[in-house]
Every structure is written in structure tokens, then in C-alpha cells.
Design a protein. Structure first.
Length: 85
């Protein structure tokens, strides 16, 4: 007889609206940080600008997890801006 772990279902529940909001705020923060680095709107960024920003994050001592989070947020928002055009 197999035992079913009912508690596992609750761990796979969809993200709540609070989690989504926190994620969106993090993405916006990443985009603001990138815009401040560029000193212009991020939707005009080139691949070279993004590479320089990654190097800037590394040189300023940002942790790997912080860099990953920042670049993911940037990819989400800049990708969305590009698709809107």
C-alpha cells in the first residue's frame, strides 16, 4: 500500500498576488538601476551596454545571486518593452 503525501500539494500552489507584486517591484528596481548606470532609457540599450552593466555589478561587489536577480529582472522588463514596440 502506497502512502500519499498530501502536504506536497500545498508546496506547489501557484504564487500569490503578493509574491507576484514583490517580483515585479524587484524587476522595476533592476531596470531603474540599469537606467541610472546608462544615464538614459534602458529600451535604447545595446548588447555592449548590458555587458558593461554586468561588469559594473561585478566590480562593485554585487553577489552572484544579486547579479542574477538583477539581470533576470532586467531581461523581463526590457524584453517586455521591446515587444511593445
Amino acid at each position: 500500500m502506497a502512502v500519499i503525501n498530501i502536504e506536497r500539494r500545498s508546496q506547489r500552489a501557484p504564487m500569490s498576488s503578493n509574491s507576484t507584486l514583490v517580483s515585479l517591484l524587484g524587476d522595476i528596481s533592476s531596470c531603474k538601476r540599469f537606467a541610472a548606470f546608462l544615464e538614459r532609457s534602458p529600451h535604447r540599450a545595446t548588447l555592449e551596454d548590458i555587458r558593461r552593466f554586468q561588469l559594473h555589478l561585478d566590480e562593485t561587489g554585487a553577489s552572484i545571486s544579486n547579479r542574477n536577480s538583477t539581470m533576470t529582472g532586467l531581461r523581463v522588463l526590457v524584453g517586455t518593452l521591446i515587444q511593445i514596440k
